[in-house]
Design a protein around this ligand. Structure first.
Ligand code: GLC
Length: 406
């Protein structure tokens, strides 16, 4: 992981607003604390959201940053085939039964960022006890990925539901979902129907692939996993254990992403047992930079694409380029700007030394949120916000603005 400098607070008023928003979204349950992604719309706990919340809290509330991560690992599966998995949703007070057949959790995961978040929190506010509490849980998560989600043993994990990517309704999932130009309602209905299929097949990746169900080795997810393994290695070293094992695993994932997924010019996800490349441009390949998966010349090519007009919009980065036939700036996930995605791309730019581009992305994200409100996602052309107006992860603009190169 790239270490960022600790610098004086640059945006004290915005920080106050972020702290106020996150505080208002906090929930206490059964001795734990977490932050809802948004009141009313998203009341439960979501995995990658909580990681992002912790990353923001590290600027002003390290205790809550730690609690957020300790609560997200609390619903780690402890028995059965999926022991080790951290569910993408935790229902602290129950009622997940109808959809998932489980009262308190979902049966799928989300991008693994817990080690990344924990390491960022620790770098700003060192706390070895906190790292020690998380460490065995994080080891189990990555062992679960290897055991359950890499049936072909190529170091790329397979997603079994679009929800696992965090990009719920992106056009890149249309084909593997068996959809062609779906309406938002059709796409949502298909995601719900897929859960029944997962339950019928016991979430077994290989069986699902064989049945022609959604089974995708996603570029961004695997790049995020590489970064998480690197952070796990850093955590192991800090605890006096040997990080070499995790560093080697991270290296294997980085190589696999580089060779298999970045081998096409634009980068593509692989689908199904024969690893068919999924075509259609998206912002996902830029996340390869976050995971350190690109060679310098690949990084340069990715940055050239990123800064071309169809991605470098007034408010970058739309998840679908603005000149693509699937681009829809106001439809959920089909061409909007998402703070979560921007943060990952921003960190990748920093990692590869693209300071000017990183600074621009941080500035535009900050302006977008300051001018339009703490929304869930935004219009890349006008900046208009969509979804809830008190979405916790919009505060990622603070993390980007505070850590941006001067
Ligand atoms: C939506 C997003 C997902 C996020 C969740 C909670 O489902 O697509 O990425 O984790 O909301 O904010």
């Amino acid at each position: 992981m790239t270490t960022i400098r600790t610098i004086p607070i640059r945006h004290p008023v915005f920080m106050e607003q972020c702290a106020h928003l996150l505080h208002g979204n906090q929930i206490r349950s059964r001795g734990f604390r977490y932050t809802r992604p948004a009141p009313m719309v998203y009341e439960y706990q979501w995995l990658w959201d909580s990681c992002f919340h912790a990353i923001v809290y590290r600027w002003f509330n390290p205790g809550m940053a730690r609690d957020e991560l300790l609560s997200v690992v609390e619903h780690q599966v402890t028995e059965g085939d999926d022991a080790g998995m951290i569910p993408h949703m935790a229902y602290w007070n129950g009622d997940g039964s109808d959809l998932w057949g489980q009262r308190r959790r979902s049966i799928i995961t989300q991008p693994p960022l817990i080690a990344v978040a924990a390491w960022l929190v620790h770098q700003r506010h060192p706390d070895l006890d906190f790292l020690a509490a998380l460490f065995p849980r994080l080891v189990q998560v990555h062992a679960w990925f290897n055991r359950r989600r890499d049936p072909d043993g190529d170091h790329l994990v397979t997603l079994i539901h679009p929800w696992e990517s965090g990009w719920d309704a992106h056009p890149r999932w249309d084909a593997p979902m068996g959809l062609e130009h779906p309406t938002d309602e059709q796409s949502k209905a298909a995601r719900h129907a897929l859960v029944a299929q997962l339950r019928a097949q016991g979430c077994h990746a290989e069986r699902l692939q064989a049945a022609g169900s959604f089974a995708v080795e996603a570029l961004d997810f695997n790049a995020i996993r590489a970064a998480d393994l690197e952070a796990l290695a850093d955590i192991a070293d800090a605890l006096g254990a040997d990080g070499a094992l995790w560093r080697a695993e991270a290296g294997a994932v980085q190589q696999a992403v580089q060779h298999k997924l970045l081998s096409t010019e634009v980068g593509a996800d692989l689908s199904g047992p024969d690893e068919t490349p999924l075509l259609g441009p998206s912002a996902a390949p830029f996340i390869a930079l976050f995971g350190g998966c690109a060679r310098p010349e690949q990084a340069a090519a990715l940055v050239a694409q990123l800064t071309a007009a169809h991605f470098w919009t007034v408010y970058p980065v739309p998840t679908t380029p603005s000149d693509d036939p699937h681009f829809a700036e106001d439809r959920y996930w089909r061409g909007n700007v998402w703070p979560s995605v921007n943060w990952l791309i921003y960190r990748g730019l920093l990692r590869y030394g693209y300071a000017e581009e990183a600074r621009h992305l941080a500035n535009q994200t900050l302006q977008m949120v300051q001018q339009n409100g703490f929304h869930e996602y935004f219009n890349p052309l006008s900046g208009q916000g969509y979804g809830p107006a008190q979405q916790s992860w919009s505060t990622l603009a603070l993390d980007m603005a505070e850590s941006a190169p001067a």
